[in-house]
Design a protein around this ligand. Structure first.
Ligand code: ZN
Length: 555
């Protein structure tokens, strides 16, 4: 891939052409359209002379036990200049979020040129109007997140394949499905990469993902490249209180009250933000909080559950569990004290004799609960829980988050102790963070390669490198957490792990790759004004990706 102007323009035209072809094919996550877009990628790539000559290097891998029968497309390029085993892995997701946000324009969401005309008829904010006016933007569902990124990799591979005798090293690319859902495409690609490594001896250098890059805040004019990615956990509290009739409310213990106290302490509290290299995670935020009483009745609920989105740059599952057990215990304690104070006042007001309420603070991690129940039930608990998790995992109508909670409830139900207790566990999914610190050779090589690519790129954009892609993505699965105790902490505290929810942790650990998101620039992903800025994305970015990759393969 040469870099004179005419070549560059030809490549950018080709990227645009492929982008439009991919956008035209609807591919909303968790629909059969995801299969059609995989077929589209395959069809475009199979027209390359290289794949006509080497059809075995372009193939599908089905997602195991998938309801929709989805598949990923794998394309391999083997440079012929030397016999190098160095390999760069690329991913790009071909699914998109739904199109209901387009309202009446939904049918135009996949037709960028018609869509922009329709958008002009709507009352839009000035920034969107200016962007339309500039002529630099293309609108459409998935055009920014991230079909333009997929198109860049495809066009780049096409270009390289024409001079494959002059190319050193290897590329393994997967167009993956389900990124907006449960990352099943990426989780299918990880074991495939290991299989290829065993078969061909590929020495993977890094995983690159040209997923969308948005401004970090309004008026932000930087264009970012991220080396590394944020992680995500969902710490969960199941509070078991004491039900009572509302007519005797002080004789019950309302689990909602305990959870409210916890939420008050955790929700959007920067004390729980991870800070690494000056980059700060967003603090935890509530994703669900409810009691488990199915009906309306004049009874205080017996159980309630809350879980939080918890972003990580450095905290591991075991550390998060430990922090949550601590704040859970403090909250439980506060609630008991406050209830006693209020009860005492109430007794005084109504002339009753005050006796302290019977509640005792008890907060257990799932691992601790399990150990207590196992002491009572015996080692056969393991088989019981396994069988229960197996059964519940087949319930299509119960989602994986509820299935996990059901396992906790099941273990608790086998315990003879029915007194109030707060149980802390992890709800799926889990996305490990990847911190590319720079002391390990492959980490440093990736940082240096991107530095080189950026510093040798002349453009009118303010290019800025950061350590953590702020949104969770498939990149999380390119490595397993290396911190001691992290994986065990996950397995111990995510009920039903391996049955209800699973990750290819051994393969992730074996891959152990540094990652980077060097992707299309644009605005408003997941909104009907989603748009890609084509000057950077189609003309500048391909060069940055190409140079980064080339440096990794040759450097
Ligand atoms: Zn994306």
């Amino acid at each position: 891939m040469k870099h004179d102007l005419s070549e560059r323009i030809r490549l950018s035209e080709r990227i645009k052409e492929i982008t439009l072809a991919l956008v035209e094919q609807r591919s909303v996550v968790e629909t059969v359209d995801e299969i059609a877009v995989s077929d589209k990628v395959y069809e475009i790539m199979s027209q390359m002379d290289y794949y006509k000559k080497h059809p075995e290097k372009l193939y599908f891998v089905p997602v195991e036990k998938d309801r929709w029968g989805r598949k990923i497309v794998v394309a391999i390029l083997n440079g012929e200049k030397t016999k190098s085993k160095k390999t760069v892995a690329f991913i790009g997701h071909t699914d998109t979020v739904g199109t209901s946000d387009y309202g009446l324009l939904s049918e135009y969401a996949t037709k960028p040129y018609e869509l922009v005309e329709k958008l002009k008829e709507l009352p839009l904010n000035q920034e969107v109007l200016d962007d339309i006016e500039s002529g630099k933007y293309l609108f459409g569902r998935g055009i920014f997140d991230m079909k333009s990124g997929v198109a860049i990799v495809m066009a780049m591979m096409e270009e390289i394949s024409k001079d494959i005798e002059d190319f050193e090293g290897n590329i393994v690319f997967a167009a993956v499905c389900d990124e907006e859902g449960s990352s099943k495409g990426m989780l299918t690609f990880v074991p495939e990469l290991i299989r290829l490594k065993r078969k061909f001896g590929y020495d993977y250098q890094a995983m690159l993902d040209p997923d969308y890059i948005a401004p970090a805040y309004p008026e932000d004019t930087n264009v970012y490249q991220y080396v590394g990615t944020v992680g995500k956990l969902m710490p969960t509290f199941l509070a078991v209180g004491k039900e009572s009739h509302v007519g005797e409310s002080f004789s019950g213990l309302d689990p909602n009250k305990i959870l409210s106290e916890i939420t008050g302490r955790i929700n959007l509290n920067p004390r729980y933000s991870d800070v690494v290299d000056g980059e700060v995670t967003l603090p935890p935020v509530t994703l669900k909080q409810r009691d488990l009483k199915p009906e309306y009745s004049v009874q205080i609920a017996n159980k309630a559950v809350v879980y939080y989105n918890y972003a990580t740059h450095c905290s591991t599952p075991d550390e998060v569990i430990a922090k949550m057990v601590k704040v859970g215990a403090q909250s439980f304690h506060t609630v008991i004290n406050r209830l006693n104070e209020r009860y005492e006042i109430f007794c005084k007001m109504s002339g009753r004799k005050f006796e302290p309420l019977p509640w005792k603070e008890r907060t257990l991690s799932y691992k601790e609960l399990y150990a207590l129940v196992r002491e009572e039930v015996g080692p056969e608990l393991d088989e019981k829980v396994r069988a229960y998790a197996e059964r519940i995992s087949h319930h299509q109508k119960v989602n994986v988050r509820r299935q996990t909670m059901k396992v906790v409830e099941y273990v608790h139900s086998l315990w003879s102790d029915k007194e109030p207790v707060l149980i802390v566990y992890l709800t799926p999914p889990y996305y490990p963070h990847i911190y590319v610190e720079g002391s390990r050779p492959k980490d440093k090589a990736l940082i240096d390669a991107l530095d080189y690519a950026v510093s040798t790129t002349e453009c009118d954009y303010n290019l800025v490198q950061k350590k953590f892609l702020p949104c969770i993505s498939d990149l999380s699965y390119a490595a397993a957490p290396r911190e001691e105790g992290a994986i065990q902490g996950l397995k111990d505290n995510m009920p039903g792990f391996g049955i209800v929810y699973d990750l290819p942790l051994d393969e992730m650990a074996e891959l152990d790759l540094p990652v980077a998101d060097i992707g299309s620039y644009g605005k408003d992903a997941h909104q009907f004004t989603e748009r890609v800025e084509t000057v950077y994305s189609f003309e500048v970015l391909p060069g940055i990706i190409y140079k980064t990759m080339k440096k990794l393969l040759e450097g």
